[in-house]
Write a protein that binds this ligand. Structure first.
Ligand SMILES: [Zn+2]
Length: 123
């Protein structure tokens, strides 16, 4: 059976513990408030995130088309920076490991993209 986890901090909830709400299930009232604030904050930045990823993708494709590895690498690193600054996770990831951990995973993914971008640009 799948274990229930707090949507915000990812702590495993006991069978009948936790607060169930429309947004998710939480181990405490504090986590619920924190999550609501985080979602509110995210919804303000999500358009910058989407724009950043879109621009980076176009540049990666453009760089790949003209065979400009420096541009491709830079665009890849740029995408990494966007994800690092605004680590939006998919709802599936949040449901699996919790909001807080999913941001850490997002940041690690961003760092990997930056490293990959530098590697593409240099070699
Ligand atoms: Zn919690």
């Amino acid at each position: 059976m799948k274990k229930k986890r707090c949507t915000f901090c990812g702590r495993i909830l006991s069978e009948n513990g936790g607060h169930r709400t429309e947004e998710g299930q939480f181990c405490s009232e504090e986590c619920r408030t924190n999550y609501q604030e985080a979602v509110k904050r995210d919804s303000r930045y999500v358009k910058f995130f989407m724009a950043g990823i879109l621009i980076a993708l176009v540049l990666v494709l453009a760089g790949a088309c003209v065979g400009d590895m420096l541009l491709t690498g830079e665009a890849c690193a740029f995408m990494g920076v966007v994800i690092l600054v605004l680590p939006f996770a998919t709802p599936e990831t949040v449901a699996m490991i919790g909001y807080r951990k999913s941001r850490i995973v997002g940041r690690i993914g961003g760092l990997l993209l930056i490293a990959m971008g530098i590697w593409i640009a240099l070699f």
